[in-house]
Design a protein around this ligand. Structure first.
Ligand SMILES: *[C@@H]1O[C@H](CO)[C@@H](O)[C@H](O)[C@H]1NC(C)=O
Ligand SMILES: *[C@@H]1O[C@H](CO)[C@@H](O)[C@H](O)[C@H]1NC(C)=O
Ligand SMILES: *[C@@H]1O[C@H](CO)[C@@H](O)[C@H](O)[C@H]1NC(C)=O
Length: 436
């Protein structure tokens, strides 16, 4: 029996007209609760992020000057690097400078255990971060990163702290084998809005992947939820352009985010980005959503990559957007596996949901894979990483209880931040997640 390309059917049958005609009231989703909590493998846990410094003197100095306030940092993202020739795996986290008091915003996790969690160290080095916006050749505030198949880390630096634009937003690429800078691109002024923009998510779609290619040719997609746009960067062409329209916007009805009974307000546009894989025989799309919205959307990559199709501002290429479906609830970061399974952490119920992108995006096909109202509160970082030893894909996620940050209810006697992992196949087949 041949497999129906449901995704293709969905793309043909769902039109933007449905975006207007079908507007149900937001309601509690009626997902079946799986009483058996599937446990993800816990890799790191923190009560509070534990910063390492080049010296104790430096720690004391930044504590005194207010450049380090232990109550200020909140981790957002996780990514993982397996050196291709073996060697120790490296885990990177980001702690953006939402406010003052964050000593650095990109770090790797060390094996040093401190009282309230594992110690982190600045990446690529402390010098890249220490001026807090004073050095635009360094890093000002990193929200998310993307590690590609060539071991290059694509770093998105928003350039701002508390919406003061110290430097232009930039893409910085570091070769993880050598820890050297190999590429930098500063966003031109027509692609961002100073004091409004906050670039938070980056995805590099490599056009020349290994083993033949060297990952020098890429289209990079960046989400700016506060100015409500996606920016496309054509690396080879040395150009970038904005995509901003009603599909990259929030829906005010989803502007209240509620996690475990605590609510906060956010009107964030496009935030989560993922690309449909090669090899499914389908036209490739960017699948994306705004944080403060229930819609899951898609746009063909060939349309995004053609800058002349984005010259009409908010009216550009509207007919090319596809409304895949609605969740009835928000979810933040998402990722897609190479066989076309999408994962996202829903706010209610508090769990990880999976969806086969070749089926319609609708309740029966949105499957609850892991449920844990305690350890999965606000999954803001999610990546799928291929383990070189056996080629298996791993789902990695970082959760941070963002509602407690907004509400001022965070309790540093509890575990607040977690990095967890599960093999994608274990996740989909409902097996327990293998340990380390
Ligand atoms: C890319 O474009 C910018 C601005 O147009 C220019 O200053 C820069 O030299 C270009 N870089 C390369 C590698 O061509
Ligand atoms: C880009 O889009 C324009 C306008 O729709 C079209 O004329 C052109 O052929 C496209 N270019 C490519 C490379 O597809
Ligand atoms: C660990 O957390 C406790 C409880 O909040 C706090 O009193 C202590 O100062 C923290 N220690 C470190 C090293 O952060």
């Amino acid at each position: 029996m041949n497999i129906l390309p449901f995704f293709l059917l969905a793309l043909l049958s769902l039109t933007t007209a449905q975006y207007y005609t079908h507007r149900p009231k937001p309601s509690q989703p009626a997902f079946e609760h799986d009483q058996q909590y599937k446990k993800l493998h816990r890799v790191y846990e923190w009560k509070n992020i534990q910063y390492g410094f080049p010296s104790e003197r430096e720690r004391e100095e930044v504590l005194r000057s207010g450049r380090y306030n232990p109550d200020s940092p909140i981790p957002i993202d996780i990514d993982v690097y397996y050196p291709p020739q073996g060697g120790a795996v490296r885990h990177f986290i980001t702690t953006p400078r939402f406010g003052q008091g964050v000593p650095y915003s990109l770090a790797y996790v060390t094996q040093v255990q401190r009282e309230n969690g594992s110690e982190i160290q600045a990446y690529p080095s402390y010098d890249w971060h220490k001026t807090h916006g004073g050095d635009c050749d360094g890093l000002t505030s990193v929200y998310r990163v993307h590690i590609d198949a060539c071991g290059q880390m694509w770093i998105l630096d928003s350039g701002e702290i508390e919406f003061v634009q110290h430097c232009a937003p930039q893409v910085v690429v570091i070769d993880l084998a050598t820890n050297q800078l190999i590429h930098r691109y500063r966003l031109p002024e027509d692609t961002f809005k100073a004091k409004v923009s906050r670039f938070v998510t980056i995805l590099a779609d490599i056009q020349d992947p290994p083993p033949q290619g060297v990952c020098k040719d890429a289209y990079v997609y960046m989400a700016d939820p506060t100015s409500k746009a996606i920016v496309v960067y054509d690396v080879k062409g040395n150009r970038s352009w904005r995509v901003e329209n009603k599909f990259t916007y929030p829906d005010a009805r989803f502007g209240t985010l509620t996690v475990a009974g605590e609510s906060f307000e956010l009107l964030d546009g496009a935030l989560a980005l993922a690309i449909t894989p090669n090899g499914l025989g389908l036209r490739r799309h960017l699948i994306f959503h705004a944080l403060s919205n229930e819609l899951e959307l898609a746009i063909p990559l060939d349309v995004l990559q053609n800058s002349t199709r984005w010259q009409q501002g908010i009216s550009s290429s509207l007919q090319e957007f596809v409304t895949l479906g609605r969740r009835g609830v928000q979810c933040a970061a998402h990722a897609i596996s190479r066989r076309g399974f999408w994962f996202c952490g829903f706010l209610e119920p508090i769990g990880i949901f999976g969806w086969n992108i070749q089926t319609p995006y609708a309740r029966p096909n949105l499957q609850l894979l892991a449920l844990n109202p305690d350890t999965l509160q606000f999954v803001s970082g999610m990546k799928i990483v291929t383990r070189p030893s056996d080629g298996q894909e791993e789902l990695w996620l970082l959760s941070n209880r963002l509602q407690k940050v907004f509400g001022g209810t965070i309790d540093y006697k509890e575990i607040n931040y977690r990095v967890q992992r599960c093999d994608v196949d274990d996740m989909l087949q409902g097996r327990g997640c293998a340990g380390s």
